[in-house]
Design a protein around this ligand. Sequence first.
Ligand code: IVH
Length: 677
Amino acid sequence: MSKARPSADVRVRIDELRRLVEEADRAYYQKGEAPLTDQEYDRFRDELVALEEAHPELAAEDSPTRRVGYAPEAAFAEVVHTEPMLSLEKVNEPERFAAWAAGLDEDGTGAPPPLTVEPKIDGVAVELVYRDGALAVGSTRGDGTKGEDITANLRTVKSIPAKLRGAGVPALLEVRGECFLTKDDFEEMNRAFAAAGEDRKANPRNFAAGSLKQKDAAETAKRPLRFTAYGLGACEWGARPPRSWSEARERLAALGVPVVEDALFTQSADAAGAQSGIAELLRRRDDLPFEIDGAVVKVDPFDAQRRLGTRSRTPRWAIAYKFPPREGRSVVRAIEVSVGRTGKLTPVAVVEPCPVGGITITNASLHNRMELARLDVRIGDTVRIMRAGDVIPQVVEVQKDLRPRGAEPFAWPTTCPACGGGVESPPDEPLSFCTNLACPAQIEARLIHFAQRTAMDIEGLGEKLVAKLVAERGVTTPADLFRLRAEDLESLDRMGETSAANLVARIDASKSRPLPRLLFALGIRQVGLSTARDLAMKFGTLERLRAATRDDLLAVPDVGGIVADAILAFFAEPRNRAVLDGLLAAGVAPPAEEAAATEGPFVGKTIVFTGELVALTRDGAKELAVKLGAKAAGSVSKKTDLVVAGPGAGSKLEKARELGVKVVDEEEFLRMAGVKP
Ligand code: IVH
């Protein structure tokens, strides 16, 4: 049977895909720009690979699928990598990962090699060549075989040592790794750019790529780039070469080369252990200081790596497990301006539903009036959206070339969209405020904040009901909530007798919420839940906090001038005092806080909780620890005194064992705390 000749359509599509991928590669590898999102790029490239496989007669030597990157730009000298810099095969489902892991034992010896798991840092791949301990050449990956000589730029990166340190410096060390920016540094740089009237960069990776391509190293030096090693090229270690990646990683660290920290590195894992390492990284993704786009699993022993070998572009001994992308692209349907509990006006782009970072989003923040003006977002625009960490998705760029004809610039409201009141928009300030204190949007937002789960936890008092209470029952402050009777609620539509009674009971029950929650619920500017806890611990009662002086406030840990002034301003405002009096008169009475213990086994100790807890919630456990005079920390270090580990504990437990930190289970902790006999 002869194979059908490819239709003209297939040829056209292949040409089109080659052009798209080619252009994206060139922009990315030469200019550090990204005209396509990662998903778009992967989709086009995957489609191209599939078509080329289905139609081998249309294969072409110069197809972008035959290269790893893109040939270097003429501006930089060429560097030929001693060993090619490979890319990684990608999976994004446990099943496909399991299939890869199962294939590692192809010769069927029944002894699959140990694996390592580490973050896939979302930055730019570079190679550093050290000769006799001195940095000789630094280069980009380029097309995998040849890269660009960016030595001068890489010398400005603080975490890249100019000289290796310690004993046993190898005669030749080619180390590969990722150059990147932390999320914080990226945000700060972007703020500075925006302030200088320049374009914000879409994401830390583009920023890093652009920074490394500067013609003037002095410019690169201004960018807070970092480096973390993830592999080796050619090396001459002398007598005792490392035998595995995990060993090499330790040797690199000893030489002063930055490597991924222990807590994020899993070693000696089997396939199941690697899966939980991957899951742990995905869980911690939002808390990490840098962006990761997945986890990389590697066969640890170098001899096993050599046995498994490589394909044309990718090794068989490593795989990237990709996490859901943090970036998407969508079309703006509307621009809405909402009013928060402080009266602040916040613009939001309502977009066609699109997936970003594992969830479908329909709204993306535009931050404030100035950011909206700078981006020049218009209805109908195609925008790039990014969700970094657990923050609200934000519009980072407008695709101006795709703007529909006739799209008008957005006109910033001159009256409050919620109440029609005045709007204050100081010309040099990015923020705008509604000046009407009685604005229903502010009232509603304050009440919703008051009732939310982490504050007074009044279940059932959500957005819709609050809006009705404000509009139809004249509720304007939290104190009014406690005056509501079941009869007042019953007649609100769709609320029956039982639900009305239940709601009144729940409002009533909230009267005895602990002081930190009440303080947080009040919505004092600058006072989050954790500051509220510190304040409650220090002052014990609302009355004492109300009477506190600036100096009293400054004596609280983590309270500085700005927070202290915000608290003083809150209590100085007569309307707020009236609300507080109303709350106390209605019977709101948080139990007096006990001051932290000054003696006992936990005083001054740093405790880390990890894994599942059964008797306590994580927050409850931390609160108990703080009450007993301890500090609850998030990660294990030399300063940790005690780790309380429950089922499912992972890298923190491992780290504790490594450092010889005392580990107990929840029961033992409760016994030590005197809660359990
Ligand atoms: S290993 C032969 N490990 O991902 C193995 N790569 O798609 C080469 N990357 O070019 C790569 N973090 O730029 C490896 N921990 C990590 C990584 C990592 C980020 C990047 C690197 C590489 C690309 C592969």
